[in-house]
Write a protein that binds this ligand. Structure first.
Ligand code: G1P
Ligand code: ZN
Length: 542
């Protein structure tokens, strides 16, 4: 038997999980003991791990394989009986959630910094998902953080590295390491939800699609499902080889970073449908020919058409959206006579609603959409749901969305991000906004109905989350929202969300930047963005 080593260590500052786990520069994670401390803190915060099974995998970014070897040895050192690890260390975030649920593991560890760039000088991340398959709730992440602050030792076995590319069971100091196909279970789940026959017929009829995997984790999943099971022509999947540095790219599926795809869809004779996913496969961007579908609209359209898909034929129990996401889904929920929940930013807040059967579909404006099939947002799932809808309705994407707006009205929407600004300036700006009392006042042509800092009481477990974003809501229902990112690793990122409801079909063709110009200017003024951050323009507009 290999001896279990107990290694003395000292706490590191700042191991506080953010919106989605602990994210830091790779160099920070490479400090001796840094990863080990955090993993030990997880193992000591989640209950008795002896004899249990853990799921493990990541988005394939730089440091993924090395971190997996360390975590495996620590799992053995802490008494796990088995770890299920995706072949090559690969496991998309939604596939990890699928595997945790299907095999009833004692949760899982996902290695990813999502849409942040990868490489020796870029980002890495780690998070624990609970046995229900979703991100750990705040009570668990707080316990992990508390443990990380007084940790004195971690447990690890001295053993050779496991061959992560060889499928099957491996022995690691008495613990079983089960290297499994990371795609198969997920693909089977997708086939159980959507009409693969109808989608196959769509492709057979010459329907053109491009899927941009952005050199990240969804490449193998998209190739197996789209080009394999669904018969889309080879080459449908672009940038389909996962790379440790994502091909020097920024694996964030938006109009700025998925430029290859955007170019293809806006070209003459471009394909009918385009989609992209992010580093770890949980985000999605949907494009039609010459047409961009905002994530908020995508959620609403999918909700309105859900019953066309076999997995949702019985209808939806409810819809949930994060607070900054547009209210387009609320209008669909109202028409369907089902509840719509408004939660703080971050997928973890949907978990209780999904577990309790209160919500079936969930979405965030940040290119996240999902359902109760797993407990993470799911990029390819959203793409397949769109394909199912397109296969049944046989209309272009743009027509489906325009018809949707004509029926429900359009929630014109945009998000402006100011990345890498000075942290104290960002905090100062938020404190300033928090202190304003605007109720009843006029800002430009708008009059303020109320302003507040969004707080949420979970309707299932009663937990309360405060300071979730400043809202300024106007009497006509328009609003601007301000929050600071909880996922960045450099300085601060200010996100400004701007929304206006437009019932008039004659105005629906307008570019949101034009339609929202007054509100955008007003948001900059009221938050004193230029004076406080020195920025005259946002870095990214979506
Ligand atoms: C961002 C998104 C948020 C999403 C999270 C994880 O968080 O805004 O909706 O849940 O990434 O993908 P933020 O950086 O805004 O805290
Ligand atoms: Zn992601």
């Amino acid at each position: 038997m290999t001896a279990i080593k107990t290694v003395a260590t000292q706490p590191f500052d700042g191991q506080k999980p953010g919106t989605s786990g602990l994210r830091k520069k790779v160099k920070v994670f490479q400090q001796p003991g840094y990863l080990e401390n955090f993993v030990q803190a997880i193992f000591e915060s989640i209950g008795d791990v002896a004899g249990k099974t853990l799921a493990l995998g990541g988005d394939g970014r730089f440091f993924n394989r090395q971190a997996i070897q360390t975590i495996l040895k620590m799992a053995a050192g802490n008494g796990f009986a088995r770890v299920m690890v995706g072949q090559g260390g690969i496991l998309s975030t939604p596939a990890a959630s699928c595997v945790i649920r299907k095999y009833r593991t004692f949760g899982g560890i996902i290695l990813s910094a999502s849409h942040n760039p990868g490489g020796p000088d870029e980002d890495f991340g780690i998070k624990y998902n609970i046995p229900a398959g979703g991100p750990a709730p705040e009570a668990v992440t707080e316990a992990i953080y508390a443990r990380s602050k007084d940790i004195t030792q971690y447990r690890i076995v001295d053993a050779a590295d496991i061959d992560l590319d060889r499928l099957g069971d491996h022995d690691l100091a008495g613990m079983v390491v089960q290297v499994f196909d990371p795609v198969a279970d997920y693909a089977a789940l997708m086939e159980s939800l959507f009409d693969f026959g109808a989608i196959r017929a769509l492709f057979a009829g010459g329907f053109g699609m491009k899927f941009d995997a952005m050199h990240a984790v969804t490449g193998p999943y998209a190739k197996a499902i789209l080009e394999g099971a669904l018969g889309a022509p080879a080459g449908t999947v672009m940038n389909g080889e996962p790379k440790e540095d994502f091909g020097h790219g920024h694996p964030d599926p938006n109009l700025v970073h998925a430029h290859d795809l955007v170019e293809a869809l806006f070209a003459q004779d471009g394909p009918d449908f385009g989609a992209a996913s992010d580093g770890d496969g949980d985000r999605n961007m949907i494009l039609g020919k010459d047409f961009y579908v905002t994530p908020s609209d995508s959620l609403a359209v999918l909700a309105a058409n859900a019953t066309l898909c076999p997995g949702y034929a019985k209808g939806l129990a409810g819809i949930a959206r994060s607070m900054p996401t547009s209210a387009a889904a609320d209008r669909v929920a109202q028409a369907l006579g089902i509840p719509c929940y408004e939660t703080p930013t971050g997928w973890k807040f949907f978990g209780t609603l999904l577990d309790a059967g209160k919500a079936t579909l969930c979405g965030e404006e940040s290119f996240g959409t999902g359902s109760d099939h797993v407990r993470e947002k799911d990029g390819l799932w959203a793409v397949l749901m769109w394909l199912n809808v397109l296969a049944v309705r046989k209309q272009p994407v743009a027509d489906i969305v325009r018809e949707h707006w004509a029926k429900y009205g359009r929630n014109v929407y945009s998000r402006h991000d100011y990345e890498g600004i000075d942290s104290s300036a960002a905090n100062g700006l938020m404190d300033y906004l928090r202190g304003l009392d605007l109720k009843g006042k006029s800002l430009g042509a708008y009059s303020v109905a109320f302003n507040d800092d969004f707080a949420y009481t979970d309707p299932v477990d009663g937990s309360v989350s405060t300071k979730q974003g400043i809202r300024i809501v106007f009497t006509d229902g328009s609003r601007v929202v301000f929050r600071l990112s909880g996922t960045g690793t450099e300085g601060a990122t200010l996100r400004v969300y701007i929304e206006q409801f437009q019932p008039d079909v004659a105005q629906h063709h307008l570019d949101p930047q034009v339609a929202l110009a007054d509100l955008i200017a007003l948001a900059r003024d009221v938050a004193q963005i230029e004076a406080r951050t020195g920025r005259t323009e946002p870095t990214v507009i979506t």
